[in-house]
Ligand binder design. Structure first.
Ligand code: NAD
Length: 475
């Protein structure tokens, strides 16, 4: 079986124990992963702390940027290997993992270019004998914790800005599917980052994650995952009053008006919910459709959903692969059952596929007659679309905002003025109009409420890894 290592203080080391990683396409173990426990976590944080006060702080911002540019090139060169590993370990289809690695390199490049543009300001204080200015200084050691979907991408949106700002980082890969991040450590090494600047661990949440987030030398916790875990992380951060940024789940509204281009909206809806087998925080999981267009739109969706090719994630023509874990499959099945019991109607899909692996077909649930069904409120994090209908624009907005989450949203309409009203009214961190799922390193991303706080992407994300020092100099 393939074996992986932790990356601590510039060295590849074993964990305290190993645990098997399952191939989601077969349900069989394929590799042994190293488990970080207290000694490994403490060693990683200490190394990051030494590097922060040592070699990393002696580099200029443009030298940090050059290392990030080199890392971006290495990511690009290693893309096929990284994509293959991510597909193997998480079941995410090869077409998607290959495409996403290109974004990962783009994010590192963007933050490489930003490293020497993080500036303080001169302040025109009303005192003739005083010079006053601000310096943007790095926060210190950052704990970056990611879930199992898109680990390379979700770590890049933390590592890029944190390293550009001058922080050092301990990354905790998820215990589910950590292979691509453990492999990525080799690129950090090859790029020539000083030992301890980036450390990569994996292990279990209540042990490795808990120790990392309560460590007194961690200044900031950048967390992506579920809201329940986020609460534990915030409680842990209280120990040392570390700051937190939280990128959590969603129940994103996908609103289609009768005047929209229904074919284009249907294509966006299908990829909006079924890409990554629905295991995406921005999944457009609540279709809010104008009643007059409902039958025509659902007919298109049903036909498209049933034509999707479900097969091995390693094949380039596969459109939906397995879920990452059996646990995830059980969760989805239970939520569908509870929703059907509450009165929702299955339009297609609804039950796991027989055979090996954690496959679940694209599923559409009409909840128009079951407004309190769990499928309307709770995140599936799987290939399940819940449908409700509306008559008026006000109703559409009220349904869209009737959620504890507030991450992404989509509006499909031919009316520019209506689009503007919806943009103003929707409570979400992202509004996509007549498109869905577009991302760029330049554009901030994040949510409200149970979707978390803080933003990733853009200049602001790099500034979030800094603190402001104000200097008063009597002349
Ligand atoms: P999760 O919350 O179970 O785990 C996330 C990470 O937290 C893992 O690395 C886990 O080991 C760690 N963890 C668990 N307990 C911990 C503890 N007590 N202390 C510290 N760390 C701990 O999430 P998951 O089920 O792996 O991922 C799915 C969730 O992630 C969904 O809710 C999804 O919407 C969300 N997500 C959000 C975004 C975003 O950018 N907003 C992106 C992807 C996924």
């Amino acid at each position: 079986m393939d074996e992986f290592h932790l990356y601590i203080d510039g060295a590849f080391v074993p964990g305290a124990a190993t645990f098997p990683s399952l191939d989601p396409a077969t349900g069989e173990p394929w590799a042994l992963m190293p488990e970080a426990r207290a000694p490994q976590v403490n060693a990683a944080v200490e190394a990051a702390h030494r590097a922060f006060h040592g070699p990393w702080s002696r580099l200029t911002a443009s030298q940090r940027g050059k290392l990030l540019f080199k890392l971006a090139d290495l990511v690009q060169a290693a893309a096929p290997r990284l994509a293959q590993l991510e597909t193997r370990d998480t079941g995410k289809i090869i077409r998607e993992t290959s495409a996403q690695i290109a974004y990962v390199a783009d994010y590192y490049r963007y933050y490489a270019g930003l490293a020497d543009k993080i500036e303080g300001a001169h302040l025109p204080i009303d005192k003739p004998d005083m010079e006053v200015w601000t310096r943007r200084e790095p926060l210190g050691v950052v704990a970056a914790i990611v879930p199992w979907n898109s680990q390379l991408f979700l770590s890049a949106v933390k590592l890029g800005p944190a390293l550009a700002a001058g922080c050092t980082v301990v990354v905790k890969a998820s215990e589910d599917g950590p292979a691509p991040l453990l492999e990525f450590a080799k690129l950090i090494h090859e790029a020539g980052f000083p030992p301890g600047v980036v450390n990569i661990l994996t292990g279990f949440g209540p042990d490795c994650g808990h120790i990392l987030t309560t460590h007194p030398k961690v200044a900031h916790i950048a967390f992506t995952g579920g809201p329940g875990t986020a609460r534990a992380v915030v409680r842990n951060s209280a120990e040392n009053l570390a700051s937190t940024s939280l990128e959590l789940g969603g129940k994103s509204p996908f609103i289609v008006f009768e005047d929209a281009d229904l074919d284009s909206a249907a294509n966006a809806q299908v990829s909006g919910i079924f890409a990554a087998t629905g295991q995406s925080c921005v999944a457009g999981s609540r279709l809010i459709i104008q009643a007059s267009a409902k039958d025509a739109f659902l007919a298109k969706l049903k036909a498209k959903a049933e034509a999707i090719r479900i097969a091995s994630p390693q094949e380039m023509t596969t459109e939906v692969g397995p879920l990452c874990t059996q646990r995830q499959r059980d969760h989805i099945e239970a939520l569908i059952e509870a929703s059907v019991t509450a009165g929702a109607t299955l339009i297609t899909g609804g039950a796991p596929l027989p055979g090996p692996g954690f496959y679940f077909p694209p599923t559409i649930l009409d909840c128009s007659t079951a407004p309190d069904a769990p499928a309307i409120k709770d995140e599936f994090f799987g290939p399940v679309l819940s449908v409700v209908s509306f008559d008026t624009e006000e109703e559409a907005l009220a349904i869209a905002n009737d959620t504890a989450y507030g991450l992404a949203s989509g509006v499909f309409t031919a009316s520019l003025t209506r689009a503007h009203r919806m943009i103003r009214g929707i409570r979400a961190g992202v509004v996509w109009v007549n498109t869905y799922r577009a991302v760029s390193p330049i554009a901030p991303f994040g949510g409200h409420g149970l979707s978390g706080h803080g933003r990733e992407g853009g200049l602001a994300a790099a500034l979030d890894y800094t603190t402001t020092k104000t200097v008063w100099l009597r002349t």
